[in-house]
Design a protein. Structure first.
Ligand code: SAH
Ligand code: DHB
Ligand code: MG
Length: 217
């Protein structure tokens, strides 16, 4: 379709100008393929957006839910200062193994801790450990749990921090009754007075999607 062609040209324009992948990111994508991981990582332009947001709030500690092969983890880790840290939660041990190899290959192992297990359990553990608060939370795992991730991890995010959620603007969000996991998530953050939120459309090779951005007052 003509419109798809045009979207692809916009996407290529953005990614060539602002979000070119270096060899570590390309190798990460290739390793995901070789190891049979689904190709559902964020796009390069979204990775750059995450990076800009992390830098803008001076993020030192980041919590990610849904590691996959570490592609988004690399974009985020590269926004950290030398003493920064990203903890990434992943339920699938195979994904976690591939991600660790990719992060090692990118020279970022020292910045990253991957915890294997259901995300909600790992968050509960972080709460029990009285972990330091996080500047940025990135939710990108099983969509039905988005609202649970928000409520459980919310106390771990500092005031003035950001909560980001991927895959929040899909066709299913338009005819949303009963609301999907991400539809519910959007409704929740839109209504919360302690958050200032917006969903930003994201152009992707496979069509429209979006990232919800919430600022914690
Ligand atoms: N953030 C990644 C993509 C994540 S895809 C990127 O952009 O590069 C979603 C990931 O969430 C998958 O690896 C999947 O195994 C993981 N996942 C699914 N259910 C989960 C759960 N309950 N807890 C933690 N991770 C989960
Ligand atoms: C899909 C895309 C994602 O970004 C994700 O986190 C999960 C699934 C998908 O296109 O199926
Ligand atoms: Mg996603």
């Amino acid at each position: 379709m003509e419109e798809d062609d045009l979207n692809l040209r916009y996407l290529n324009y953005i990614e060539q100008l602002f979000a070119a992948e270096d060899s570590a990111l390309q190798e990460t994508f290739n390793a995901m393929r070789t190891n049979g991981l689904p190709e559902i990582n964020i796009s390069a332009s979204q990775g750059k957006l995450l990076q800009v947001l992390a830098l803008a709030i001076g993020a030192k500690r980041i919590l990610e839910i849904g590691t996959l092969g570490g592609y988004s983890t690399i974009w985020l880790a590269r926004a950290l200062p030398p003493d920064g840290k990203i903890i990434s939660l992943e339920v699938d041990p195979h994904h976690a193994k591939v991600a660790r190899e990719n992060l090692d290959n990118a020279g970022l192992s020292n910045y990253v801790e991957i915890r294997v297990g259901p995300g909600l359990d790992s968050i509960a553990t972080l709460v029990k450990e009285k972990t330091d608060s996080f500047d940025l939370l990135f939710i990108d795992a099983d969509k039905d749990n988005y609202s649970n991730y928000l409520s459980q991890a919310f106390p771990l995010v500092r005031k003035g921090g950001l909560i980001l959620a991927d895959n929040t603007l899909r066709r299913s969000n338009l005819d949303d009754s009963p609301p999907s996991g991400t539809g519910q998530y959007n409704q929740t953050v839109a209504a919360r007075e302690d958050l200032v939120s917006i969903v930003v459309p994201a152009l992707r090779r496979r069509g429209m999607d979006g990232l919800t951005i919430s600022f914690k007052r």
